[in-house]
Design a protein around this ligand. Sequence first.
Ligand code: GLN
Length: 456
Amino acid sequence: MIENKLNEFFNKKDEWNAFITICKDDAYAQAGKIEKKKLSGKEFPLEGMIAGVKDNICTKGVRTTCGSRMLENFVSPYDATAVKRLKESGAVIVGKTNMDEFAMGSTGRNSFFSQAKNPLNTNKTPGGSSGGSAAAVASGLVDIALGTDTGGSVRQPAAICGIVGFKPTYGRISRYGLIAYASSFDTIGIMAKTTEQIKSVYKCISGFDPKDSTSSKHPAKQKVFDTKALKIGIDKKLMEESESEIRQAVEKGIGVFEKSGAECEYFDFAYSELLIPVYFVTAYSQAASNLSRFDGLRYGFYDESIKNSEEVYIKNRTAGFGKEVKRRILAGNYFLTQGNPVSIYEKAQKCRKLIFSEYKKLFEKYDIIISPTYLGKTEDLNDNGAGNKFFSKNKYEKSLMPANICGFPAVSVPCGMGCDNMPAGLHMMSEKFTDEFLLDAADFYLKNKNAEKEGI
Ligand code: GLN
């Protein structure tokens, strides 16, 4: 069966530029290995699934570019833990998905390998930075895809492409083999059309990994999902700041929970204005530090015209990195060094603590916090790169940030139509280590939303 599925995949045309690299030989070899092991009685929980993996997650023997010229020809000598576990569970990886360079962006425009398109409307972007993964799932090319979420990059493209996007608790899926952007936010996430698929993949790839020092051994909080006992908090400011069509779609979504007996209440988040600066100051600073390893000496782009050691850093990084990456490295270094008496980075960490303590209080009251996933319109492809402007469109990403700033699990589920006949996303977030509970809530929502539509 998997053979037929693979044949079908490799015969289809990727009209959405969802993939940077297709790995045909590896996919058939992997399928062959599974078949062989099955003969000796081994069972594979993800058997029959074909998967895309975002191109900043290392895959042994297949190039991992990070959407950058810097790593255009980089072939990883090992598999990331998430990839290793995906393979061991029987999923077959068919390719590496397109992305904004080093996961910096929200539209896919920053990819060195050209822009991915939205399968629901090819004049629109698929979102970003995991836009290729979202497009691969939404177009039906693959069953599931791995993405990465540093500041919403799994949930935002999932919302924009009308699929489910899940970002687990920080520390739940190993970051070993994920090329770092902002280490204290980076999380591998899962994208699929159904919550069942996400649940089964999560079960297989999550869990402690000694190779990742931030991997957690914390047990899952035992929390049973029961709508009648459910307390939901709705972020009032985020609702107000979103486009009216999106807000209305989310309100309808909240109605599904209300009708089933959940208690829903609006709240005012005191530090709403801190979310974007804290995210960007932290992310840019950590990126500046993480990306200093790319000098073309150990791996990556090397300019053959280099004449002396001074030119190594300048020429390789000038040609290897795109505009947005350079902008973030410059800003990040500034945040790390400027400020009196402490750096801007240190100030942001103090604010990060404040935000966390406020959410801690909110989670004493609420089981789930709801907001729209992405507050604005899906961008057109020919927007002349307006999405690249410093902070210009980032106000629409506000509801994505808390889960990364605080390490909470969060999920985006499709909730009807937003602006320009494009889907809206309903965003749910819960306390750390309640990932399974959150996925049950997402599952409940999708089943009941559909039951309502079908008049059941
Ligand atoms: N859009 C955000 C950024 O540009 C989020 C990126 C991400 O989650 N990788 O940084």
